[in-house]
Design a protein around this ligand. Structure first.
Ligand SMILES: C[S@@+](CC[C@H](N)C(=O)[O-])C[C@H]1O[C@@H](n2cnc3c(N)ncnc32)[C@H](O)[C@@H]1O
Length: 273
């Protein structure tokens, strides 16, 4: 696929998360004309909107939090501050900017920078004990804001199935990075939000991809765990993506509670091209 040669591309990321691929694409390709990002996590999509539309207010609020936090020397008191911010984030009636600034603080100071909710939808990640974490990365917030505005990125907060509505006549590229299917019953973390993403949802996603493939103007790429590398009898993805191209790539993942398991693993990269 020669992406660079396409004109007026619509780039769609239905599971945008932290947006690693999004920001790579926006910096790398100037043939992208429309961008649609989506995530089921409302706190996250609200954060993208605030970075896009209210970067200054966000930086102001984050600097206040940074000042308060950096004045605390003792780690037990830092943990107490963290837990109080987590409680506010989960329970208090906050403005949108306040909620996003608390989310960023929690992301910078929580265990492994991960986002996880309990069954009632409350953020429940423990304190991370980092030394001098950057709470307010002003340059990154302004640079991201500029990119989100330059492409006038549309930010949706719906189930991935609804992102089919964005299709238009031009070339469309979808990148899917859904919650990974666990490699074994006890292993990987894949539950970011209170909504589960089990095998039935993985199959719905494969059907969705199959449906997109019926259109000549849509190309897609999808990442997921390489389950058959761990258990050769587990051909779940080979079965549901039968007929598409399945590549194996090495990827370093840092979201694993066990540091010894954060090394290189193969992952699947599935494409319809
Ligand atoms: C593997 S993460 C994406 C990581 C991202 N590529 C990055 O660079 O950080 C999966 C994301 O899918 C979102 N998600 C889970 N279920 C969803 C659904 N049904 N529809 C849309 N997004 C969903 C989660 O909130 C999470 O942000």
């Amino acid at each position: 696929m020669d992406f660079e040669l396409w004109d007026n591309v619509t780039y769609v990321e239905p599971f945008v998360g932290g947006g690693a691929m999004l920001f790579f694409m926006l910096q790398r390709f100037n043939n992208i004309k429309h961008v649609v990002i989506n995530d089921i996590n409302h706190n996250l999509t609200e954060a993208y909107k605030n970075v896009k539309d209210h970067a200054e207010g966000l930086v102001y609020k984050l600097k206040q939090i940074e000042k308060e936090y950096s004045a605390i020397q003792e780690s037990e008191l830092q943990k107490k501050y963290y837990l109080e911010i987590r409680r506010c984030f989960n329970e208090d009636d906050l403005t949108s900017i306040e909620r996003t600034s608390l989310l960023i603080f929690l992301n910078r100071t929580c265990f492994n920078g991960l986002y996880r909710e309990n069954s009632s939808g409350k953020f429940n990640v423990p304190f991370g004990r980092y030394v001098n974490p950057t709470i307010c990365n002003e340059a990154v917030i302004y640079a991201d804001s500029e990119l989100l505005n330059r492409y006038d990125v549309s930010i949706l907060n719906v189930d991935f199935l609804e992102t089919a509505n964005v299709l238009n006549e031009g070339m469309c590229f979808f990148y899917f990075d859904p919650p990974f299917r666990p490699l074994s019953a006890t292993s990987s973390f894949n539950s970011y939000v209170k909504e589960e993403f089990g095998d039935e949802r993985q199959k719905e996603l494969a059907e969705f991809c199959r449906h997109l493939s019926e259109k000549d103007n849509v190309k897609w790429m999808l990442s997921n765990a390489d389950c058959s590398a761990k258990n050769p009898e587990d051909l779940f993805f080979e079965t549901i993506y039968d007929g598409f191209n399945i590549h194996r790539v090495y990827a370093s993942r840092s979201v694993n509670a066990d540091a010894t398991k954060r090394g290189k693993l193969t992952e699947l990269l599935i494409t319809n091209y």
